[in-house]
Ligand binder design. Structure first.
Ligand SMILES: Nc1ncnc2c1ncn2[C@@H]1O[C@H](COP(=O)(O)OP(=O)(O)OP(=O)(O)O)[C@@H](O)[C@H]1O
Ligand SMILES: [Mg+2]
Length: 258
């Protein structure tokens, strides 16, 4: 199997503001979000990054997607370095962030065209792709409605299609079903399965065990910024449910749940 992603010993420490220190309930100005983390993802697989709140999932994905730089370590996406060749990497990936930041003033139709054009997609391809994706996610009905007037689920659907407007080979989904009702969540998970069938490589972060069990070929468990285990889903689970196995690992590494 060909490696599409190599994450090699990356670390990221943030300097906290006074407000953040209060929120984090810490006296330390430094927060180690990602701590010497390594893993690989392979072509054509769905890799699940599983971990509790604050484990470092989003920070890891943002470093892969070139939005922030690791303090140390290296990331290669299909052979291109996220730190040294960010433009190359951005062409190859689609990134669905967990934080919705669609501008209220724009419509789904406009946003799709805008991002496709940014990625250099020609007009005819953009039109065909938009029709296909808007139909699939039921966006056609609200394609001309401003983001301000859309529900959370509608916005998430729009974010998802916009993130893959340029038909990337490697797609990063940060908590793709967050805030979605069961029906919309199913549309999204079915779509991920179809993307895999098309040969796309996917990495998704979640804290939902079921999502990993349903979708992922391999899983990495991240706790306190460290990759505590990583491998084929069956190998990681050791014959138990992922949830039971996760809590075993959690207690082994953290001592207790408290
Ligand atoms: N820009 C930032 N400045 C300061 N601290 C940050 C920043 N981004 C993340 N952190 C901190 O780093 C840690 C890891 O955060 P991260 O968002 O990567 O976790 P996560 O695994 O995605 O959690 P969640 O499941 O809640 O989304 C947290 O303690 C978080 O507060
Ligand atoms: Mg997150």
């Amino acid at each position: 199997m060909e490696e599409i992603l190599q994450v090699e010993n990356i670390s990221k420490t943030f300097t906290l503001s006074k407000k953040q220190m209060k929120l984090e309930k810490t006296n330390s100005k430094k927060k180690v979000a990602v701590d010497h983390l390594s893993f690989s993802a392979y072509e054509g697989e769905i890799f699940g990054l599983l971990g509790p709140n604050g484990a470092g999932k989003t920070t890891t994905l943002r470093m892969i997607a070139t939005l922030i730089k690791p303090d140390e370590g290296e990331i290669l996406v299909d052979g291109s370095s996220s730190t040294k060749e960010p433009v190359e990497v951005r062409k190859k990936i689609g990134f669905l962030t967990s934080e919705l930041k669609l501008e209220d003033f724009f419509t789904p139709n406009y946003l799709f065209d805008y991002f496709a054009t940014l990625h250099g997609v020609d007009a005819a391809t953009c039109k065909a792709r938009k029709e296909e994706l808007f139909a699939r996610f039921g966006i056609s009905e609200f394609a001309e409605v401003k983001v301000a007037n859309l529900s959370t689920g509608m916005k998430q659907k729009v974010s998802l299609v916009v993130s893959i407007a340029h038909n990337p080979r490697f797609i990063i989904f940060d908590e793709p079903t967050n805030g979605l009702d069961v029906i919309t969540a199913k549309v999204v998970t079915d779509f991920l399965k179809d993307l895999k069938k098309e040969g796309k490589s996917i990495i998704l972060s979640t804290h939902i065990f079921e999502l990993v069990e349903k979708l992922c070929d391999r899983v990495g468990i991240i706790i306190n910024g460290k990759m505590v285990t990583c491998g084929d889903l069956d190998a990681v689970c050791e014959g138990k449910t992922l949830e039971d196995r996760f809590f075993e690992i959690y207690e082994e590494t953290e001592g207790s749940l408290a």
